[in-house]
Write a protein that binds this ligand. Structure first.
Ligand code: FES
Length: 98
């Protein structure tokens, strides 16, 4: 076993979970948000390659407020995110930089 400290400035988790019953993030565009952010982070305009990592996640426990995104180590959330909110999500990520 090995332990490490975070190697990224920022780690973003975006819920892409789809539940059989009730609200969930997958049907609200979670995967679309992840796909866009992964491409955007690597772009020269963003300038975040190697500094920020985006991963899709399972349920983050905020199903009614999805799409749920959380930034670590800050522990801040972007909730009720939709693909049409991508410019605001990008601005949020930029604002979370150390
Ligand atoms: S399904 Fe996304 S937070 Fe629960």
């Amino acid at each position: 076993m090995k332990f490490e400290t975070e190697s990224y400035d920022l780690h973003i988790l975006v819920c892409t979970n789809t539940k059989e019953k009730g609200q969930s993030c997958g049907p609200k565009g979670g995967q679309e948000i992840v796909d866009h952010l992964k491409t955007w982070i690597k772009s020269p305009e963003a300038g975040l390659k190697g500094k920020v990592r985006v991963n899709k996640s399972g349920c983050l426990g905020k199903c009614e407020l999805g799409v749920a995104c959380v930034a670590y180590p800050q522990g801040t959330w972007a909730l009720e995110a939709r693909p049409e909110d991508l410019p605001a999500i990008e601005a949020w990520i930029q604002s979370q930089q150390k």
